[in-house]
Design a binder for this molecule. Structure first.
Ligand SMILES: *Cc1c(COP(=O)(O)O)cnc(C)c1O
Length: 490
């Protein structure tokens, strides 16, 4: 009897031994978080980590408990103090959103509820479907379409391309595999297509060469005539043209393919039309610029990225598929341990039937709360604002004889470089890279770089609801100052 009692007493849990203590600490965490975001402009965009901070991340697996206040202290000192910087108003590297406080609350509450959205009859599952419905509405897809929230744009593209492959294979690929496809499939995209499509082609068993890169015009949009020719040549050579991937906002320069022309060509040739809208699909909600993505609503599938222009905290991507049964037929399986019941917890939708994940996080809440708080129209205006800011920066660069644009600005991405009289491409690259690194190291701005048509350049991608025009003035001023400084040193 005694031992039985002791065994009961010894049951352990992860819940705090004293909820009041946890409550006090949590209030501190929230207060710190508010200050952190409120004052972000006062801090450097980015800074390198000293050795002792790096060493912190080599600490071995903890075996003994530590007070939660100490744990939080470690995180505040070593993690929160050295962010990537994308929440800062002068972060314009690569392509990502700048998060938002409400979204962070959503992530917190999602984790507190802890629901698994693989399926089931519960509120989080319904909200996940509702956010997918809202995404459909934002891009002009019919209510009958389906979709799924995934980790990001790369996974969203994989979902769309997998459905395309299975729909166009001519055999039951799920059962027989890609080896049974009678004529090798061909997918088409512009030479500006994002690298995730290559990974997708490889993972789908079709191989990188099955993705034909079609040349682009002066505005870096896919050359539709060249695409038409490529399709005809492939047919003649025994391939099966299967899918056109249009890009609404290329990662290099923000170019938007002629989606209406691509939709028409896909219909004419009986091909799947997928749109990589990770950058630009949401321009469909921006009143000033929505005509740039006209035709997106005709796609068979779309990948879009709420962690970009909806500023959802990472991660959140969304795949939409017009033909809901084609989508479900690509992924649905019902193992004996996931059977539906007429009532109760297992009577809801099985959301894992629309993608590769079984367990799924409650990504919808952070998106839902921010949309509900601000309304979709404000998100649309913020997209227009970023595009106008990129136009402003473009004008500043045009007006300065020391700077040169290296690609046309279509939306919110500006490619430019500092000139250097008589310098080789190699020298220009080294010079501009040095400017970019000093901007980062001084903490004044974060840009990235790329190479467009063989010319290296700096790249400013303004997906940032905190950027103001004077931040762009500062960027130009600092770029010129650092340029002078480097020139003076040689
Ligand atoms: C960002 C991006 C992707 C990849 O999306 P992730 O969310 O980073 O996985 C794909 N295509 C384009 C055009 C992108 O800009």
């Amino acid at each position: 009897m005694d031992t039985l009692q002791e065994a009961k007493v010894a049951d352990e849990t992860l819940d705090p031994p004293d909820w009041a203590d946890m409550q006090a600490l949590s209030h501190r965490v929230v207060d710190d978080a508010i200050g952190y975001l409120r004052d972000v402009r006062e801090r450097p965009v980015w800074r390198g980590m000293p050795d002792e901070v790096r060493a912190f991340f080599s600490a071995p697996l903890p075996r003994e408990p530590a007070p939660i206040a100490d744990v939080y202290g470690d995180v505040a000192r070593n993690v929160m103090a050295y962010p990537m910087g994308n929440i800062h108003p002068r972060f314009w590297s690569w392509y990502m959103g700048s998060s938002n406080f409400t979204g962070a609350l959503g992530d917190f509450l999602a984790a507190i509820q802890g629901s698994n959205l693989g399926g089931g009859n519960h509120a989080a599952g319904l909200m996940d479907s509702q956010v997918v419905d809202w995404c459909k509405e934002m891009v002009g897809f019919p209510a009958s379409a389906s979709g799924t929230l995934v980790s990001g744009g790369s996974m969203a593209n994989i979902i769309g391309l997998t459905v395309a492959r299975n729909a166009k294979a001519g055999v039951d690929v799920r059962e027989r595999g890609v080896g049974a496809i009678p004529r090798p499939l061909r997918f088409y995209a512009s030479d500006q297509v994002h690298s995730c499509h290559r990974k997708a082609m490889e993972a789908l068993g079709l191989g990188n060469r099955a993705l034909q890169r079609v040349s682009t015009d002066a505005n870096l949009r896919i050359d539709v005539d060249a695409l038409r020719t490529a399709i005809a040549e492939d047919r003649a050579a025994g391939f099966k043209p299967a899918c056109i991937i249009g890009t609404a906002g290329t990662v290099n320069t923000g170019a938007i393919d002629d989606l209406q022309a691509l939709a028409a060509l896909a219909a004419e040739e009986d091909l799947w039309f997928h749109v990589d809208g990770c950058i630009g699909a949401l321009i469909a909600i921006a009143p000033e610029n929505r005509s740039l993505v006209a035709g997106i609503e005709q796609a068979h599938s779309i990948a879009l990225d709420p962690h970009k222009w909806l500023h959802a905290p990472f991660e959140a991507g969304c795949a939409l598929v017009r033909d809901a049964s084609a989508h479900r037929n690509t992924f649905a399986v019902t193992p004996e341990y996931l059977e539906s019941t007429p009532r109760g917890l297992a009577s809801g939708q099985w959301l894992h039937d629309y993608g590769l994940q079984t367990s799924r996080g409650f990504r919808a809440l952070k998106i839902w709360m921010a949309l509900r708080e601000h309304g979709v129209e404000k998100f649309g205006r913020l997209i227009d604002q970023n595009i106008a800011q990129a136009g402003y920066l473009t004008e500043l660069i045009r007006a300065d004889p020391v700077l040169e644009l290296t690609a046309p600005t279509t939306i919110n991405i500006v490619c430019f470089r500092h000139r250097l009289e008589g310098a080789s491409e190699e020298r220009l690259k080294a010079f501009n890279t040095e400017i970019m690194l000093r901007l980062q190291e001084e903490g004044s701005a974060a840009l990235s770089d790329t190479t467009v048509r063989g010319r290296h350049c700096l790249r400013v991608a303004i997906t940032n609801h905190r950027t103001r025009r004077d931040d762009l003035d500062l960027l130009v001023r600092e770029t010129l100052r650092i340029g002078k400084e480097i020139e003076a040193a040689v």
